[in-house]
Design a protein around this ligand. Structure first.
Ligand code: BV8
Length: 230
């Protein structure tokens, strides 16, 4: 792995998991085709109709555990972390566990994790593989509180932002894979990395909303382009 870089930050979005069979959000048959964002990915939507939101995530949690596997793009990133002498941090907008299953160790799930539930009172998280129903309550509070998906909705603070900013200031390579660049603060990471002198590469099926911010762009399938890059 003769990589001339020392500190690599990789941002991934739904596109890296598409070839594993997990639906993206904004593509043709994407998740947002069937649901309005404000109904299923906002705290207001959850307050208004908790059953609809729990079902939206229960369906995705079941699918993730029904034969979905990491693909060559996830495997290539795990190999890069293992074999190169650079530090590699994967910052994913995805809530699936495919990076972990491919072997990636240094990872931040900035939008949360599907296989975790969160106490709606204490915010403590626990591993959770089944459906979350209205009957499920926490065991961490005096008065058991309802459980919610451990997912960052619109208007909520993404996770790990301090660590992500630190990594972006140190990075000499920033690679974005499979994201439309539609959601902030993730879509602004390329600008922050470039400001600190990083070389920046976009890998996607098509130009993202922030494609002009990248010094290099490679368009095509992640499962082909990511192994070719690393
Ligand atoms: C926050 C939940 C502040 C988890 C998600 C106006 C301007 C700027 C910002 C805002 C604004 N108004 C509001 C905001 C902020 C808002 C935002 O960005 N809104 C957008 C819509 C304008 N952001 C937020 O609210 C964030 N929080 O800002 O907090 C704050 C500060 C202090 C205190 C409190 C709060 C929170 C954002 C997180 C929202 N949660 N989902 C879930 O359900 O999974 S967002 C949702 O979109 C997912 O998390 C997903 O990860 C994310 C991004 O989508 P992508 O991953 O890019 O997926 P997409 O389908 O869009 O694209 C896939 C791409 O892959 C495509 O381009 C396609 O071409 C490509 N592709 C497909 N197949 C392949 C492929 N590429 C390669 N190979 C393939 N095979």
């Amino acid at each position: 792995m003769t990589f001339p870089y020392r500190h690599i930050v990789v941002l991934t979005g739904a596109g890296i998991s598409a070839e594993s069979g997990i639906r993206t959000f904004r593509d043709q048959d994407g998740l947002w085709e069937e649901h309005h964002i404000e109904d299923v990915a906002t705290p207001e939507g959850f307050a208004r109709n908790p059953r609809l939101v729990q079902q939206f995530y229960n369906d995705r949690r079941r699918q993730l555990q029904s034969g979905v596997l990491p693909n060559a793009a996830h495997d290539a990133l795990a190999r890069l972390e293992k074999e190169s002498d650079a530090t590699v941090l994967v910052v994913t907008q995805n809530i699936d566990d495919l990076h972990e299953r491919a072997g990636t160790q240094h990872i931040i799930h900035m939008h949360g994790e599907l296989l975790k539930a969160r106490c709606s009172h204490s915010q403590q998280t626990i591993d959770w593989v089944g459906d979350i129903t209205e009957a499920d309550h926490c065991h961490c509070c005096q008065m058991p509180a309802p459980l919610r998906p451990h997912v960052v909705w619109f208007g909520e603070m993404p996770l790990g932002m301090g660590q992500i900013h630190d990594a972006l200031t140190q990075a000499d390579l920033f690679v974005s894979i499979g994201t439309s660049g539609a959601v902030y603060p993730a879509a602004g990471f390329v600008h922050e990395a470039a400001m600190h002198g990083a070389h920046t590469i976009e890998i996607n099926l098509e130009p993202s909303a922030v494609e002009s911010e990248f010094s290099e762009r490679r368009y095509g399938k992640a499962s082909t382009l990511v192994p070719a890059l690393v």
